[in-house]
Design a binder for this molecule. Sequence first.
Ligand code: PLP
Length: 384
Amino acid sequence: MSKKELKFNSRAIHGGQIPERGYGAVMPPIYQTSTYAQSTPGEHKGHEYSRVSNPTRTALENAVASLENGGFGMAFGSGMAAIDAVMKLLDPGDEVICTNDLYGGSYRLFKQVYAKYGIKFLFSSMSDMGELESQITQNTKLVWLETPTNPMMNIIDIAAVAKVTKKHRILLGVDNTFATPFLQRPLDLGANLVMHSATKYLAGHSDVVVGALVVKDKKLAEQLYFIQKSSGAICGPMDSFLTLRGIKTLHVRMQRHCENGAVVANFLNNHPKIGKVYWPGFETHPNHKIANQQMDGYGGMISFVPKGGNYDEAIRIVEKLEIFTLAESLGGVESLVGHPASMSHGSVPKVEREKNGVVDALIRLSVGIEDVDDLMADLDQALN
Ligand SMILES: *Cc1c(COP(=O)(O)O)cnc(C)c1O
């Protein structure tokens, strides 16, 4: 049975991995080497220099490609380095349309690094395809979307956007960090490019910073491999190994993230001290239907606003939480809490962020896989 035919949960463990040739090691070894012996110039065993390729990194790249149902994967030193490689596909004068509440680091890379190279960034809610189409010009080369969005948990209809980008022959890239391929596979929905901050759910243990891209098209893959080896922002062998190890339990972790997320979301929704909860699993969530169409679950990311809460109240709550650790990042086995207004979105002007719903009192949870009773007890003591 070819590995391509295996179901997702089996591919999480075996995808892209072949038994090691020397000793039959079950885990791809950490090939901590920069270079490879050649018998005569140009004669080697598949790798010549580790910026270009490294067996441990190749195993990771193949594993992520397999999970996203794409043919080609590239692993980078961070999620931002992966997005940076995508930006290098563009030329001065090109235009990119992005989702409104974009990851803060992506917003910074676009507006403060690439804008000065003559690339123009436009923003859209992507909730109205007519509006999205009206923003497209002959210079538009890429639509870049995130769903669920951070931290408002809006859901964007990937297939609907893909229909628009196909019609106008524009690339569609999806940052799939929040959903992971366990819940959502953008290439199957018509995207050209999937990106991950593997730092989050893919690696899953808050111990590495890694990024990944996956594409189906061979020509696009060749362009990206060229950028990867030319710019050199690669993922090292040790981090590739750790990410591969994390991926082997992705399906089990995601299942529990979803279960705990649902319990915590409902607990908060029924809590007397809570004003509003943002989670795509609620039937009242404005994009609940799209979530059901394109996702296999709702994940473990939840945002909420305490009743009548303000900046100080939100700070008091995040300080008081004990099991939920106050920290940047998400997607690890441990529960984390963040205060977007002062942390991830601190550099976004207050009017801008409040337009998108990121008010001073908003709190974001990454629900981990601890016992959910302990998580609810922790939230309860902090809220009271
Ligand atoms: C963290 C994150 C990134 C950036 O990834 P790094 O690995 O931190 O460079 C990009 N997009 C989203 C949605 C993220 O959460």
